[in-house]
Structures are given as C-alpha cells and as structure tokens.
Design a protein around this ligand. Structure first.
Ligand SMILES: Cc1cc2nc3c(=O)[nH]c(=O)nc-3n(C[C@H](O)[C@H](O)[C@H](O)COP(=O)(O)OP(=O)(O)OC[C@H]3O[C@@H](n4cnc5c(N)ncnc54)[C@H](O)[C@@H]3O)c2cc1C
Length: 384
C-alpha cells in the first residue's frame, strides 16, 4: 500500500495551487458572481497551462495523465475559489464521453478544442420529465438518409449557453424494451440550425456558470455524430458517471478544504471575551471534526481515482466518494460560517459562497439518494 503522491503529482499539485493563487482574486470572484459571468480569461489561461483536459491523450492536446491528476487539479482550484474552480473543472464537462466512446475522427476534431480552451462542452442528459430516472428519454433522434434528426428539450445543462457542442442522450429506438436499450448518445454542435439555449435564471450557487434549457428542433447532424454504439447510450452514460462523479467528489473536497482554511485563519485572529476564538475548546473540537471529515473525504476520493486509473472501475466506491465528499463540503462550509459568526454570513468573507457552491455537489451527477441506491444495490447484491 502507498498513500504518497508521486513526484510529478506533487509538482502538478503545486502548479495548480500557484496558478490559483496568482490568478484567482476575491474581488474578481465577487464581481463575476454578481454578474453571473463565466471566468473566461482564467479558463483560457488554465487551458494554456494544460490544466484543462489533463487526462486526455497528447494527440488530443491533453497531458496523457489520469483521473488522479485531474482531481488533484480540481481540488486545488476549488480550495482557492469554489466557483471559479468549479467553472474550470467543468469546462470540458462530458467530453470524457467522447474520450471513452467516440470515433477517432470525433476525438481528433473536438477534444483539442476543449483542452486548448477554444470551446466549452456540455452533457445534455436531464430533461424536464427525466432527472434521476434517465432510463427513457423524450428527446428523439431519427435516421433520415445520412443524418440524425434530433428533437427535444434538455434542462439544467451546465455551460448550456456557452458550449460549442453537446453530448445528447436521445431515444433512437422508441420500441426498445426496456426503453433504456433504445437510448443513444449523439454529438450536436451548438451552431446547428434548430439549437437554442436559454439561461434558466438565478440559482443558489455556482453562479458564474451558465445553466440552461436547450431545445433541439429538427436539428440535423451526420450519422457519424453518434458517440459509441447505437442503443448503448444509457450504459455509456453510467460508465461516464463512474469517472465524472469522482471529479465532483474532488470539487466537493476542494470546496470543503477552502472553507476550512478560511475558518482556521479567522479563529486564530478573532478575539472575544479576551481570548482568541481558537482558544475555546468548542472551536478546537469543531476544527477537529472538520479536518477529520476532510481527510476521510480525501482518502475515499483519491482511492476511487486510483482504482479508476488502474482499470478497477467500481461504481460503489465512486458513489461513496461523491456522497461522502459532498456531505462533507456542505457540513464543513456550514460550520465555517458558524465559526465566522456574522462575518461568515457576508459575501466578502467568502464562506457563504463556498456553502452555496457546496450544495450542488449533492444534486448534480446524481443526487445523494441516487448514490445511496447504487451503494445499497452493490452491498446487497441479489437477494430476492
Ligand atoms: C446547477 C445544476 C447543473 C446541472 N448540470 C447538469 C448538466 O450539465 N447536465 C445534465 O444532464 N443535468 C444537469 N443537472 C441536472 C441534475 O443532474 C438533476 O437535477 C439531478 O440528477 C436530479 O434530477 P431532478 O432535478 O429531476 O430531480 P428528481 O429526479 O425529480 O428528484 C427529486 C428528489 O427525489 C429523489 N429521488 C428521485 N428518485 C429517487 C429514487 N429512486 N430513490 C430515492 N430518491 C429518489 C432525488 O434524490 C431528489 O431528492 C444540473 C442540475 C443543476 C441544479
């Protein structure tokens, strides 16, 4: 057993930390959050330095590294700033569907655009009537000559108004039973005729990110835009979740660490009743609990990534990591606000934003209840 990061992983961690320290700025973050604006300049710079698509092969402009390196970067960026970090780690959202399943032609065309910071990507799975349950889709894709004709509406799509392309889950065989055997993944470029994206509006956290409803009306794409195999879209998205949920766990972990760091610094300097807050035993116990939860979240998240990179893909462990790290982020950020008292409630002190940003990690990429379903079915096995 070896819990150490390699030398090169430590270098990547330092590089990500230094990048975030140099480029992320509290005032800029407050301004971007207020304007609901994506941190475009920082994203471009992160791509230039190789932080986007670090896990893509070099031929797709990546660094040829693994999920571990990707989560090391995600943790560092989110610890520095929970919103800017989330924007960067999801800049290439769902491009792993291309990486793992698409034709070489599609990979060579689209993955370099993502890694080089020329386009954002989006995964369009959720529909107004299909959230946790994606075993059937109302969005359809029908063959017509050499093309697919896509019709339907997707909702809550991250990067929706900014992305250059969407990975869309479509029902390609409406007669398939069970219905998920008739779902396929199709790449739809955002500039195709009939694609419209509308921002859904104000939301609790991750406010620099676009969250959109995306409508596909008689959208024609070539048959070669099929990602992976026809009728395998449902299975492919589940495999994608095995990877992407580890990244969300890292987002949560970084968010928890960032909230903790701020609370720790605060209690060492704030005095009440003639003492530093850090001198009260209750403060010390809160810090001990927070630090322990973060350490556990880190262990399970890194273990899930390490397993994934070794080819031991384990949906149970991935779901445990996402569920535990997400809960940790919410609890630690909540406690951080408490430790800062009234100041914790104010935007300038950042922890309230970390708290708002933490909550989404318990919802997207499968809610905590859905993670529990995955864990429970793995531990129970067949029992009926
Ligand atoms: C900001 C944001 C960004 C998002 N980004 C994307 C994106 O980029 N792409 C995308 O496709 N989707 C995205 N989503 C959608 C997200 O993945 C869904 O919101 C989530 O999967 C839950 O679906 P739902 O909202 O329809 O809730 P529902 O599925 O209706 O669930 C409502 C409640 O019921 C519970 N529930 C449902 N089924 C079960 C069950 N079987 N057992 C126990 N409890 C259950 C849920 O856990 C939840 O608590 C995003 C959502 C948000 C808010």
């Amino acid at each position: 057993m070896d819990f150490e990061l390699t030398k090169s992983q430590i270098e990547i961690q330092k590089a990500a930390r230094n990048f975030a320290k140099g480029e992320f700025d509290k005032d800029l973050a407050l301004e971007l959050e207020k304007k609901h604006e994506f941190p475009t300049k920082i994203w471009k710079k992160a791509a230039e330095l190789g932080f986007i698509g670090i896990h893509f092969d070099e031929k797709y402009s990546g660094q040829g590294l693994g999920v571990i390196e990707n989560i090391i970067v995600a943790e560092e960026l989110c610890a520095r700033d929970s919103t800017i970090g989330a924007c960067l780690l999801l800049a290439g959202f769902a491009s792993e569907c291309l990486l793992r399943f698409a034709s070489e032609e599609i990979k060579l065309k689209f993955l370099p655009l993502v890694a080089e910071g020329k386009t954002l990507s989006a995964g369009a799975f959720t529909e107004p009537d299909h959230g946790s349950d994606i075993t059937s889709m109302n969005t359809t894709a029908v063959r017509d000559g050499n093309e697919w004709v896509v019709n339907g509406t997707k909702t809550f799509i991250t990067n929706g108004c900014l992305a250059g392309f969407f990975t869309v889950l479509c029902q390609t065989d409406p007669d398939a039973r069970p219905s998920y055997r008739g779902i396929s993944m199709i790449l739809v470029e955002a500039d195709r005729k009939g694609v419209t994206a509308t921002d859904i509006g104000d939301k609790m956290g991750i406010r620099m990110m676009s969250t959109a409803e995306v409508n596909f009306k008689e959208v024609r794409v070539p048959l070669t835009n099929l990602i992976g195999k026809e009728g395998k879209g449902f299975y492919q998205v589940l495999e994608f979740f095995d990877e992407s949920r580890i990244l969300i766990a890292a987002q949560a972990l970084g968010t928890a660490q960032g909230a903790f760091d701020r609370a720790l610094a605060y209690v060492k300097q704030r005095e009440q009743f003639g003492k530093k807050l850090a001198e009260f035993q209750i403060t010390q116990h809160k810090l001990a609990d927070m630090a322990t939860k973060i350490e556990l979240a880190r262990l399970i998240t890194y273990k899930a990534a390490w397993n994934y990179d070794k080819g031991n893909i384990d949906p149970k462990l991935t779901s445990m990591a996402k569920m535990y790290a997400a809960r940790t982020a919410v609890e630690v950020a909540d406690e951080a606000i408490q430790l800062l008292g009234g100041y914790g409630y104010m935007a300038e002190y950042e922890v309230e934003r970390f708290y708002r940003d933490a909550k989404i990690t318990e919802i997207y990429e499968g809610t905590k209840e859905i993670q529990k379903n995955t864990i429970a079915s793995a531990v129970l096995g067949k029992f009926k």
